[in-house]
Design a protein around this ligand. Sequence first.
Ligand SMILES: C[S@@+](CC[C@H](N)C(=O)[O-])C[C@H]1O[C@@H](n2cnc3c(N)ncnc32)[C@H](O)[C@@H]1O
Length: 272
Amino acid sequence: MSEIIEVSSDWLALREQEDARGRSRRLARAAARMLPPGPVVIHDLGSGTGSMMRWLAPLLPGPQTWVLHDWNPDLVERASAGVMPLDRDGRATTVRTRTALLAQLDPADLEGASLVTASALLDVLTDEEVRAVVRACTTTAASAALFSLSVTGEVRLDPADPRDEAFRTAFNAHQERSVGGRRLMGPSGVALAHRLFLEAGWKVRAIDTFWRLGRHDRGLLEEWFDGWLDAALEQRADLAVDGAEYRALRSSQSRRGALSAVVVHTDLLAWP
Ligand SMILES: C[S@@+](CC[C@H](N)C(=O)[O-])C[C@H]1O[C@@H](n2cnc3c(N)ncnc32)[C@H](O)[C@@H]1O
């Protein structure tokens, strides 16, 4: 098994509310209209602790079974140990889990899917993994695919600072680094998936979606900013001196409630 990149369940919990605010409800409603009559089976790829299921289940008819796929067994175990969300009609959902690498996702693994979903996934996959995911969707599933919250690399900090662009470029390069022999797609993951769906003859609707971080959730703003800057500095050690001053400035602005950030994402709905 290749070396897995650990995502902490604390980070997933911290971002869950903003993810829920950010994802496109318009695309979720469109996906709901494409579902066959229930019972429905929804496969969530790179599910983590089940944030997408908790957000989407109440927007869809049921009865629903969710199949959560992740390479990290601890995260999917938390998902199935938690309280199951109710569907749109108030019925409890049921959940199954599957621990596996998405590079090995086979069309047969999605057999019988009524909908395939993912959230915050495409940018952390490799080219080969994005291809495996789209191939599995377009080969088997006659169902739609809803891939929410893929980062585009665009970040707008307010107030602006002349150093923003250098750190943003360094962060985006970090998102495309090689880890344990895997070269991540970073911000170009969503564009690759979009193109592959079109090449398979599917239709695609893409909508820009946003994280709007600010003083209403300082914890998330500061954790996001620190992770963003740490990654940028890991990529460009030569920015360390500027980075220390920049961090101190941004941190004091945040403490005064004077910092906000918009992180741009794309949500994709694809269907045959
Ligand atoms: C940024 S997290 C998003 C988790 C969840 N979808 C959410 O929105 O909270 C990405 C998830 O994908 C999983 N993941 C990343 N690369 C994977 C791969 N190649 N195969 C299987 N799971 C993967 C990670 O373990 C993690 O849970």
